[in-house]
Design a protein around this ligand. Structure first.
Ligand code: MN
Length: 130
């Protein structure tokens, strides 16, 4: 069973994401700011981290960089959630170490498919790299 850490400071979005993922049977952990996100990533060792970029204390990109620098966590799936999915932002998100991103507002009907598509892309990339 996959464990997912949701990092989101907006209660409405958090509730939405929690509801969708719970219905799919995922184990969940939650954080509402960057400091908490780092603590939870280390303590909970989630398989997948869904991270809002605009969060208090440490922003989502910096949290991603720091998680990638932790040996134990560097191979986790990290998916950004962002309202700023412009081309330049997309590059910044990928450069920080995210495997992909999902644009806000969240569409509950396609959310799981979007996550699965990003995970599948990563699998294929890793296969290509041998
Ligand atoms: Mn936010």
């Amino acid at each position: 069973m996959n464990k997912i850490l949701i990092v989101e400071d907006n209660e409405m979005n958090l509730k939405l994401i929690r509801t969708v993922l719970k219905a799919k049977g995922f184990l969940l952990a939650e954080a509402r700011d960057g400091e908490e996100a780092l603590k939870m990533a280390v303590a909970e060792r989630p398989d997948i981290i869904l991270i809002d970029i605009q969060i208090p204390k440490i922003d989502g990109l910096e949290v991603t960089r720091r998680i990638r620098a932790i040996d134990d966590l560097k191979d986790r799936q990290i998916i950004a959630i962002t309202a700023h999915a412009m081309e330049g932002d997309r590059n910044k998100i990928l450069e920080a170490g995210c495997d992909g991103y999902i644009a806000k507002p969240i569409n509950t009907r396609t959310f799981i498919d979007e996550i699965e598509a990003i995970l599948k892309q990563k699998d294929e990339r890793l296969k290509d790299e041998g």
